[in-house]
Ligand binder design. Structure first.
Ligand code: ZN
Length: 339
């Protein structure tokens, strides 16, 4: 990419669900339709967001996760080996929040495609590059209880195999980027080196498309905002994991940089990766100006070559009001062009 070519824009993944599809401004919303009506409503919502992303100048679009209720359980719902009636109370992300999670009671197996039809639908409705997001192995293991494998690292490898089969199918269907969401990487930094990267690479093995990992400080919900207040004046979690990530075979790293206390200079620890610079804050309903977005990108360019940088959101926009999310998409697209 030459000096003057525009910076490409993408998003971390999720977008708000329209009110006719599901409850709004919730991370675990209830669907408002059922059966065939629900399937059609999900497609309509995905189409709406694809077009809004295109209009906003987002180069690499997603389905906004309109097909799944939650970014982890949407995938697990169709995996064998999980008892959804056996709920275990678990403090997830190192006890940041307590959730009732389903329990793994047997070997995990993918009996059929999970997101294949959805990817096919999106591929047919956009000429832009398409990103499909999947939860990463460590984050899945931190969002589900284990009554079968015994060691989290062992369960992560089984999860990685299931993810890999899905990811290969999604790539074959025309996904240009498969992104694994690993917010847990910022919480269990020792485990990242011990087995997290190995599980991630196993999930991404043999993919012919680009691969990405998204590592953030979570959605803009109360529990995360409170957690961030305990992290001190400088957030250096990335520093512990970047060297190992840079040595990995994952191509892109999606990061939280806007309005965060992450020293942006830490991206210099990722010299061999494409960097998706989070330039949109997901913890505020205030819509950024394009100038503010461009400022974050320019700051990032002081520590990584421009050709390796993409403009992105800090995290998913799912819990935000719809009009705010549209405004943020437009600011992101315009800011990328400005930079
Ligand atoms: Zn995130």
């Amino acid at each position: 990419m030459s000096e003057g070519s525009p910076i490409r824009a993408t998003i971390a993944g999720s977008l708000p669900k329209p009110g006719w599809l599901a409850e709004t401004e919730k991370l675990w919303p209830k669907w408002r339709q059922s059966g065939r009506d629900l399937e059609i409503a999900k497609q309509d919502a995905a189409l709406l967001w694809i077009k809004l992303q295109e209009e906003a100048g987002i180069d690499i679009v997603t389905d906004g996760e309109q097909f799944r209720m939650h970014f982890v359980h949407g995938f697990l719902e169709r995996i064998d080996g999980i008892d959804w009636n056996l709920k275990t109370k678990m403090g997830i992300r190192n006890n940041r929040y307590v959730v009732e999670v389903p329990t793994v009671t047997g070997p995990l197996a993918r009996r059929a495609s999970v997101h294949g039809d959805e990817a096919r639908f999106c591929r047919a409705h956009t000429k832009n590059a398409l990103k499909v997001t999947l939860p990463g192995p460590m984050t899945i293991c931190d969002t589900i209880a284990d009554a079968h494998y015994g060691r989290r690292a062992d369960m992560a490898m089984a999860v990685a195999d299931v993810l890999n089969a899905e990811a290969r199918e999604l790539a074959d269907l025309g996904a240009d980027v498969i992104q694994f969401d690993e917010p847990a990487f910022n919480v269990f930094m020792d485990d990242v080196s011990a087995w997290g990267i190995a599980a991630l690479e196993r999930a991404a093995a043999g993919l012919r498309c680009k691969t990405a990992v998204h590592i953030c400080y979570g959605y803009g919900i109360e529990a995360n905002i409170k957690w961030k207040q305990t992290l001190g004046g400088e957030w250096r979690q990335y520093e512990a994991i970047f060297p190992a990530i840079n040595r990995s075979r994952i191509g892109q790293v999606s990061l939280e940089c806007a309005a965060s206390k992450v020293p942006i200079s830490l991206i210099s620890l990722l010299p061999d990766k494409e960097i998706l610079v989070g330039a949109i804050d997901v913890a505020t309903a205030t819509v950024e100006t394009p100038e503010a977005v461009a400022a974050v990108l320019r700051e990032a360019m002081r520590h990584a070559d421009r050709a390796r940088i993409q403009a992105c959101t800090n995290c998913g926009l799912a819990p935000l009001p719809r009009d705010v999310a549209v405004g943020k998409l437009r600011a992101l697209g315009a800011g990328a062009r400005l930079a």
